[in-house]
Design a protein around this ligand. Sequence first.
Ligand code: HBI
Ligand code: FE
Length: 288
Amino acid sequence: MSADGFSPSPPPGARADWTIDQGWDRYSQAEHEVWITLYERQTAMLPGRACDAFLRGLDALDLHRSGIPDFARINDELQRLTGWSVVAVPGLVPDDVFFDHLAHRRFPAGQFIRKPDELDYLQEPDIFHDVFGHVPMLTDPVFADYMQAYGQGGQRALDLGHLAHLARLYWYTVEFGLMQTPQGLRIYGAGIVSSRSESLFALDDPSPNRIGFDLERVMRTPYRIDDFQQAYFVIDSIQTLQDVTLRDFGSLYDRLAVASDIGIAQILPGDTVFTCGTQAYALGGGRL
Ligand code: HBI
Ligand code: FE
């Protein structure tokens, strides 16, 4: 939604809710090969790095078969497991449209796939990020409920003028979340699991801070959209996410309205610190 409160209209060919047909038959062989390349790269490195729920979901959905998956096939299984479905969209959709889909257990996924010369970085979420990154976690019943609650909360955050705060929760959990397990830190965030370089950086690099998840703390922390994160937040279990959404965000938003943001690389006295990062990567100018 734009600042004046009106959403732009869907592009030509899209429905009122911004969905389009996936048009699975129209993907070229070259596009299927991009999927297969990315799929093989990520699945080779994710055991021992991604959390069990993600790896189980990946297995359950059998996402690699013949390249880019057909949403109709994924949805049979996903519907059965958690009642979610994947719908195709042309790219980024307005916030209110995005939240409405999530609130109805539909995940909007980009229909297109990145070009072979941009395997590692892209501006808009494509089908590999959206389907490989996000959909496996939607097979977990608790995570599935969290995502729906997030969509419902999104509609309220827009009304209350606190979208920027809620978006940080999404960013630091759904996109870039880490989880503490008896076997060590694991990835569950879609932005990490769908990226080879960030799957290494987020777990192994000494640069970023890794801090125990705290809802209010996260909502006060800005994030980077153009490079690796300078802070990652660590949950104990998926249940933590569901518990968070049981709270009423109204009083939280009132406090946040007068609270200052926390520096992106700052560590506070109350933080549970997994890693006090060197920030060497960001101080060195990152990849830009
Ligand atoms: N659209 N397709 C798509 N994917 C997103 O992740 C997305 C979006 N529109 C808005 C949006 N995300 C953000 O509003 C939230 O994540 C906060
Ligand atoms: Fe995403």
